[in-house]
Design a protein around this ligand. Sequence first.
Ligand code: ATP
Length: 217
Amino acid sequence: MANSASRLTALYGGTFDPIHYGHLKPVEALAKQVALQQVTIMPNNVPPHRQQPLANSQQRKAMVELAIAEKPLFHLDDRELQRETPSYTVETLEQLRAEIGATQPLAFIIGQDSLLNLQRWHRWETLLTLCHLLVCQRPGYSLTMNTPAEQQWLDAHLTSSVEQLHARPAGKIYLAQTPMYDISATNIRQRLEQHLPCDDLLPPAVAEFIRQHHLYC
Ligand code: ATP
């Protein structure tokens, strides 16, 4: 087991437009598996890989705050929302690494879809020099990478050792056995536009905020 004194800092980036159970529940299971004491949710401002979010930064931040209000595992860091420039994960990780020092273990949490897409991220080769990657399962996405070269890269960095994640500062990829939730923010936005219920897809306080602010309709 991981040393109880060890502090693996874990970040969870995304658009969170809106935050939903597919974000929260797999990460709660992951936290138990790899002994994370805290997970920092970091919503991005101008995601470089995708269309602009429909809810503005302050609304997405407010929804994250509501979703985690009674969940002490989670904590919000809004530094990317305060930037005008694109949110490149690698740059945020560099900033954090400078803050926490070279030896502190640092992890970035992603879903399986993001792992498959990772090699399109800005300076993706640098990511593992800065952090570990903790990958949650997501239904509908292949468990093998898109090309043999990508698979080779993955295999070279894989670990199933929780101890390694806590003992080393960066460099490992851990594929967690997390429960699957077939939920996406895209699907929630589409359902809300069609006035379909979303009650079992996201926390009630977030659903209420969406109603009050007439988001996504
Ligand atoms: P959208 O549908 O708008 O693209 P999304 O639901 O995929 O959004 P993001 O905010 O883009 O959510 O994702 C943030 C992170 O959460 C990503 O690493 C993504 O892989 C992960 N994630 C999102 N939904 C799930 C899910 N249902 N299961 C596991 N991981 C998820």
